[in-house]
Structure formats: C-alpha cells, structure tokens
Design a binder for this molecule. Sequence first.
Ligand code: NAD
Length: 290
Amino acid sequence: MKIGFIGLGNMGAPMAANLAKAGHTVTGFDMADVTVEGVTLAGSAVEAATGADAVITMLPNGAILRSVAADILPAMTKGACHIDCSTVDVDSARAVAGDAAAAGLLSVDAPVSGGITGAAAGTLTFMAGGAEEGFAIAAPLFDIMGQKAVHCGDAGAGQAAKICNNMILGVTMIATCEAFALADKLGLDRQKMFDVVSTSSGYSWTMNAYCPAPGIGPQSPADNGYTPGFAAELMLKDLRLSQEAATSADADTPMGQLAEALYARFVEDEDGLGRDFSAMLPRFEARNRD
Ligand code: NAD
C-alpha cells in the first residue's frame, strides 16, 4: 500500500518505520527535522498525502489535527482513507471525519494505548471509530503497528474509548500513590503492601504492571527516577479531554474532575513537568513529610 504518514514524533516515527519494514511504501512529513528508517520524507503534508491509499496522522492535539486535515483532505485521492491515531477531543475527531466524508474519503479515528515502547515493538492497542469500510482498510495496518484493534463504533468512538480509559488510569494512579503514601505513614512495608494489594480487590494495572513505588513489582519508570514512560503532562492532556467531553455530554465525572485538578497542580505548580505520571507517589510522600 502507498501510505502517507504525518507527524513523525516519539510515537509516529516508530509506527511509520514498522509499516515500512512490513513492505509498505511510506512517505512521511513532520514539521521538525526527522529521519525515519525506510520512510521517504516529503516537503509538506500535502505532498505526503497526495496519491496515497491511506494517510495516517499522529499529531499533538485537535487544533493541529484540524489544521493539517484542512490541508490534506482536499489533496487526497477519492476513496482513500484518513486514519488519525492522535489523541484528540471527540468534537475534533467528528469534525475531521465529516470533512473527510464531504471530500469523498473514508476515515477512522484510532487513538492508541501502549506508549512509545508499544509503538516501537508494534504492540499498540488501537481503539477505532468510523464506518466499517474505513476500518477494513485500516485493520491490516493496525495489525502491523499493534497487537489489538477494537472497532468501537461511529466517528469519535475511538477517542471516546481512549479518554474514558485514560480517565480510569489517572484516577487509579492517584489512588495507588496515595494508598502507598498512607501505608508509609502507617508503618506498612511497601513490598508487603504490594504483595497484598496486587492479589486482592485493590489490584489494578497501576499497581500490578506499573507500580509507582521504586524496587517493587515489575520494572517501571519508578525504577528509572520517574523518567517517562508516560509523562504527567500527557496524563493531564487526556484528563482535560475527558472533562471537556463530560461537560459537552453533560456527564457527572467527579473523580475525573479531581484527577484533572491534581495533575494540573502537579504539572503547573509543583515538580511534575517532564516526570512520569507515577511521580505522584513522591509528591504525596513530600506532602506527608511537611
Ligand atoms: P510528539 O510531540 O513526539 O510528536 C508529535 C509530532 O508532530 C512532532 O514530531 C511534531 O513536530 C509534529 N507536528 C506538529 N505539528 C505538525 C504539523 N502541523 N505538521 C506536521 N507535523 C507536525 O508526540 P507523541 O508522543 O508522538 O504523541 C503523538 C500523539 O500520540 C499525541 O496525540 C499523544 O497524546 C498521543 N499518544 C502519545 C503516547 C506517548 O506515550 N507518547 C501514548 C499514546 C498516545
């Protein structure tokens, strides 16, 4: 397949490289100066999109997606498919899907879970929204870049699944960290705490697979000085998207709201910027010492 790939950052570069490695002809574009193995670089997004069977975007946010889409959709071949893998707001995903349909194109919103390790290893999970015809074109590409793809529903359903998942992730990480910090205050050994919770009803991905306490559980960013991994500011971005969606859908999400406020304080007023989102644990430790 001829694939255009726009946004070759931490996630996009390894995803594009995996498509090229699998034998697809990939033409990429990024505003920054990048090189990606197996990918031919174009001089503009429009050039990368022209003549492609599928165009993948992997961009920072909804505003940038909308502006790139306004440029590339009119340049794409009728019947080709636009696959947006960025994490963006549901409204932007739906607006871009509407513009794609008006231009005679298929489209899929397909945000991912699995981070930069999953992108490099080709083990991402894709959550997709859009019509069946678009998903059918995208599915073989998801198989190369990931290990699982769930077709969640119509346009925007992939983004809806992603922000609901990450709202649970943010809330659960905070709960895991504050429980560790409370356990410290109560004189409970951290390893014992892990041994109990990871096999009891308080277990979660944040405890069992991504434990925020250094030296406990499987290897995680906590064992590497809280270097991301998944940066606190990206968690904040996703929590903000979940709360924007909750406001526009008139849904009551008090825990999501609290998690957003806490990560906002952590990133903007404390020392969370540039640290993994599990560094919420040393934050609680410091507050409990004060
Ligand atoms: P990144 O900042 O490393 O990459 C984004 C790239 O887009 C950059 O290289 C930037 O130069 C490029 N870009 C920006 N504006 C552009 C434009 N107008 N035209 C062309 N290129 C442009 O970010 P990332 O970590 O690769 O994340 C990309 C998306 O994936 C985000 O939406 C993020 O929320 C989501 N995501 C990231 C992770 C993660 O762990 N990093 C995990 C899941 C989802």
